[in-house]
Design a protein around this ligand. Structure first.
Ligand SMILES: NC(=O)c1ccc[n+]([C@@H]2O[C@H](COP(=O)([O-])OP(=O)(O)OC[C@H]3O[C@@H](n4cnc5c(N)ncnc54)[C@H](O)[C@@H]3O)[C@@H](O)[C@H]2O)c1
Length: 384
């Protein structure tokens, strides 16, 4: 028995989900049963590309296709309603990051899933980057000694908020869209919880373009193991920048250091890269991140997709297969982020915004004694 999977949201990133599951379908490891999107043009395009049946209303799709699991790739602020609806219908869910942009919303999702024994997986795909896996192994093996400090950056080109996300960038921020990846990555790498956060940010460039959100945010995060990390997030790099995203991390301990350039994997091009997609094309020398995504054709001319952008989504399909074979979500192991991990990343992101609005004041993340993966607050009871 293989998982029957549906997708909600077939936009820029929803397409990654369609590719990942279409490939699993070709290999007999899953079935892609439907795509819901409010935009009929998106449904028509994705049907042509992936042969997937389209539905303008996700509730209708749930009723008509009755999937085992649903992947949600709608805009950030719309994840909650779709996730709650799917969980109430008994479906396992993969939710794009951030799980939700509110803590009460995350609690709803986690509580519902735990009550019903359903899997919630959050697509923090940086955990599936083998470079980061090596870093986690070094930390876990004690090879870096006690972790003292580190730094991470994640920066998009200006066309992402200005063009790609033009209908909803003002409802997001570099923190919700980008920083949250690194908050999760740091917590996962060093296996410690965040104690407090303070942040500063700038609103200059996007506000002049009529998009009222932060250009950039610098967050200083203190961990409960005594270490601290600085995470920079922004989405105003010029269009001539060498890639759509720039990212990296470094970790320093008492006995060692590891630095990862998570963007430049050594591939350089001054035109398109075959199969690399529009994001790899630009007016200057580009460094497409082939670790994140690549496409090759097999002997039958069918595309084969790879990279951690694909494997993190397929990991959900494999996890649902295991559950269908009798495993429970708690049995799964592996590196995926579950609902409680998603909640912790949202807790940090919300506190970063709280600090920004409070002029950079330090926000205590353990003020109510609830931070940490084993301390879930009471259900909010909200179902927005
Ligand atoms: N993991 C990553 O690195 C990564 C990268 C980019 C985006 N994302 C996340 O993926 C999600 C989608 O981002 P995107 O860039 O694809 O945005 P997008 O705007 O390109 O696509 C969103 C799609 O959702 C559809 N939609 C909106 N409301 C809907 C509804 N009620 N029901 C069904 N469909 C609906 C829109 O029509 C659109 O096609 C966001 O949460 C974003 O943060 C993740």
């Amino acid at each position: 028995m293989v998982a029957r999977i549906a997708v909600i949201g077939g936009g820029q990133f929803g397409e990654m989900h369609l590719r990942a599951f279409a490939q699993m379908q070709r290999e007999g490891r899953a079935r892609l049963v439907g795509l819901a999107d409010i935009n009929e043009a998106v449904l028509a395009r994705r049907h042509d590309q992936y042969g997937v049946a389209g539905y303008p209303d996700f509730k209708e799709m749930l009723e008509r296709t009755d999937p085992d699991a649903v992947a949600i790739a709608t805009p950030d602020h719309l994840h909650h309603d779709a996730a709650v609806c799917c969980l109430k219908a008994g479906k396992h869910v993969l939710i794009e990051k951030p799980m939700d942009v509110t803590l009460p919303g995350c609690r709803d999702i986690v509580n519902l899933a735990e009550e019903r024994g359903l899997l919630v997986q959050v697509n923090f795909h940086k955990r599936f980057d083998p470079y980061h896996g090596r870093l986690r192994d070094l930390v876990a093996g004690g090879c870096l000694g006690e972790i003292e400090y580190g730094y991470a950056h994640i920066e998009d080109r200006i066309d992402v908020p200005r063009d790609w996300l033009r209908t909803w960038a003002a409802r997001s921020s570099p923190v919700w869209f980008l920083g949250v990846h690194m908050y999760d990555l740091v917590r996962w790498l060093v296996r410690a919880e965040f104690r407090s956060v303070s942040a500063t940010g700038s609103k200059k460039k996007l506000i002049r373009l009529g998009i009222d959100t932060y250009d950039s945010v610098q967050a200083k995060l203190a961990l409960d193991n005594g270490g601290s990390f600085t995470v920079d997030s922004s989405w105003i790099l010029p269009e001539a920048f060498e890639a759509v995203v720039n990212q990296g991390i470094r970790v320093v301990g008492t006995e060692g250091i590891m630095e990862v350039d998570s963007q430049d994997r050594g591939a350089r091009a001054c035109a398109g890269m075959p199969g690399g997609g529009a994001a790899d094309r630009g007016p200057s020398m580009q460094t497409p991140n082939m670790g994140f995504y690549f496409e090759v054709k097999n002997g039958r001319g069918l595309p084969r997709y790879g990279g951690y952008g694909i494997t993190s989504i397929q990991d959900f399909g494999e996890n649902v297969n295991r559950i269908l074979e009798g495993a429970s979500p708690a049995d799964l192991g592996g590196v995926h982020a579950d609902g409680r991990d998603g909640l912790e990343a949202t807790r940090v992101a919300a506190a970063v915004h709280e600090s920004l609005e409070g002029g950079g004041r330090i926000v205590d993340l353990q003020r109510d004694g609830t931070a940490g993966p084993h301390a879930l607050e009471q259900p909010s009871g909200t179902t927005r």
